[in-house]
Ligand binder design. Sequence first.
Ligand code: UFG
Length: 332
Amino acid sequence: MKILVTGAAGYIGSHTCRLLTETGYQVVGYDNLSRGHHIAFERATGGGTFVQGDLLDTALLRNTLKEKSIEAVVHFAALGLVGESVEYPQRYHRNNVEGSSSLLRAMQEAGVRRLVVSSTTAIYGQPEEMPIREDTPPAPINPYGQSKLDVEYLLQEACERDGLGFVALRYFNAAGASLDGMLGEAHEPETHLIPIVLQVALGQREQICIFGDDYPTPDGTCVRDYVHVNDLADAHLRALNTLNPGQRIQLNLGSGVGTSVLEIVEHARKVTGHDIPAEIGARRSGDPPWLIADNSRAKQILGWTPEYSSLDSILTSAWRWHQRHPQGYETT
Ligand code: UFG
């Protein structure tokens, strides 16, 4: 089956392209390369078909869908930095919401009616009840979360209007790297905890600043649900295999286990054998104290079980990637 993958050169996109290719799907990558890395797609697919294009280019999307006889779409392409979204909310609306709207139009015109989409825990904001279930009322607290929630509303409209079938996968904290160290996380600038901690271990940064230790959590630092990128890729494959036109499914993808910032730093010291100096800094605005997934629905509907999401597997794989690619994809 032929699948169009938008954001195919990105972090989660490239890992998913690899799994889809290994499973026998024919992947056509679509990415504007504003944040992604073409080499990641090449490594993932062994030189698969790639179209460089923007989500807002509806005609290019439509033509690609038709010419390549695409049967389903996996849609990753999005901007995903909370801080940047606060600074440039219009950019997030245009790229994420209008971009997805353009994709839906192209799919409708090309008669493609199956879509798996990245969504995020950021749509929930700061919920009081933990773990978070899919029916926890959405209440985003930043433009990034709002943009992804708006995309979910667009999908529901398209489902009712055109019989689109979709699975929206709400990721918690994506982490880790491919086990062979060939694909991994390479953002510029890097804002995520685990890559920054490992950059300290590599000597690229002097220390990690822990954003607040006065949260109402067991050790005072924020608790997150880290889920391995391979497990996320596996969920996309399962979603594709499950999905039929007209269906609408929203699922949390997390390990169901909470880990604090301090626990990450301590575990990274063990995995890397480095000191990793840490200092306590001020809270980062907009950080909820806890985010943990209730993942029972994904388990039930997709038959999904996170297999690589132990802290050890996440940090070991991420450390291998960072050691082999200290400058990301740039110098390899
Ligand atoms: N942190 C630090 N120091 C750093 C970086 C992060 O202490 O230098 C802390 C953060 O305060 C947070 C935790 O580490 O408590 C994880 O932070 P990340 O930036 O790695 O991830 P977030 O939880 O902020 O972001 C994730 C997803 C986003 C999503 C967001 C929703 O990556 O896509 O959750 O809250 F929008």
